[in-house]
Design a binder for this molecule. Structure first.
Ligand code: ARG
Length: 275
């Protein structure tokens, strides 16, 4: 197996400076030292698992730049840059675009009128791209991407504002295998998942609210936010090693492990089928 490559951004300027999802509260704020320590533990764990972690320089005034999953969608050497719904996050895009251009990716932009929030809302499981829409990304953006990538895209409507990105309620762990929190989807979305993913693990509401679905998979190892014992037992039953990390400083902004990472060489669950 080649070395997994993951993009992260240190939380030097992380904080809760605006409220764009139900998790964020400016009055509660974040604790910078704790956030730094939790982020470092995530990075160290990924490195210990054999991943190569690339760092995007943090920028003052961009508190959510730590959530590199939202930079865009990586597909081979192509990088489809996000079009954020909220202006406070759209300001991150020039930094992400510059990094990808400097690192040998071809940077592509979606048409202007379509919102798209990258790997936060678009996850490959096998050859199929599963795509969450309505709260942040637009279904039209996913269709546009599907035609560019020549891949089947299955749009899934997100119906619960607490699970506003697909990666908060769905996580592919291997081709044909994923975990999900059913009530974040409508009945049709649940049926799409049940008929297009061979093996699905159901996450309970209490664990989903601790961001259990926002997991990072590296080979047969999975990093999960602390406090998801039932999911961990199920994953062990599937042959995975589970590592718990406390990332509650980032849950204050509506993110956990997966949101803080962007896989540059293709997720383990993805089958890109590129030459
Ligand atoms: N505060 C950020 C936002 O609302 C959190 C992003 C979390 N990222 C993710 N991939 N779910 O945009």
């Amino acid at each position: 197996m080649s070395t997994p490559r993951i993009l992260m951004c240190p939380p030097d300027y992380y904080g809760i400076e605006y409220e764009i999802n139900p998790w964020m509260s400016r009055s509660r704020g974040s604790t910078p030292d704790r956030a730094q320590a939790q982020w470092q533990a995530l990075r160290d764990t990924l490195v210990a698992m054999g991943a190569h972690v690339e760092l995007l320089p943090p920028q003052p005034g961009l508190p959510d730049l730590v959530f590199t999953a939202n930079a865009g969608l990586v597909f081979g050497k192509r990088f489809f840059s996000s079009r954020f719904r909220h202006e406070v996050r759209a300001r991150e895009s020039p930094y992400f675009d510059a990094w990808f251009a400097q690192h040998g990716f071809e940077v592509e932009h979606l048409p202007e009128q379509m919102y798209f929030e990258g790997a936060g809302d678009a996850l490959f499981c096998g050859r199929t791209l599963f795509a969450g829409y309505r709260i942040r990304s637009d279904a039209a953006a996913h269709q546009w991407l599907g035609s560019r990538l020549e891949r089947l895209v299955l749009p899934l409507e997100l119906v619960d504002p607490r699970f506003y990105h697909l990666d908060t309620c769905f996580c592919p762990v291997a081709p044909g295998a994923a975990l999900y929190f059913p009530s974040a989807f409508d009945r049709y979305g649940r049926r799409v998942l049940q008929t297009h993913v061979d093996r699905l693990l159901t996450v309970g509401e209490d664990e989903a609210l601790r961001f259990a679905c926002n997991a990072v998979v590296v080979g047969k190892k999975v990093i999960v936010n602390a406090g998801s014992d039932r999911l961990a037992a199920d994953l062990r039953g599937w042959g995975f090693d589970v590592v718990f990390l406390e990332l509650d400083e980032f849950i204050k902004a509506g993110g956990s492990a997966k949101c803080l990472t962007l896989r540059l060489d293709g997720e383990d669950a993805a089958v890109w089928g590129l030459a």
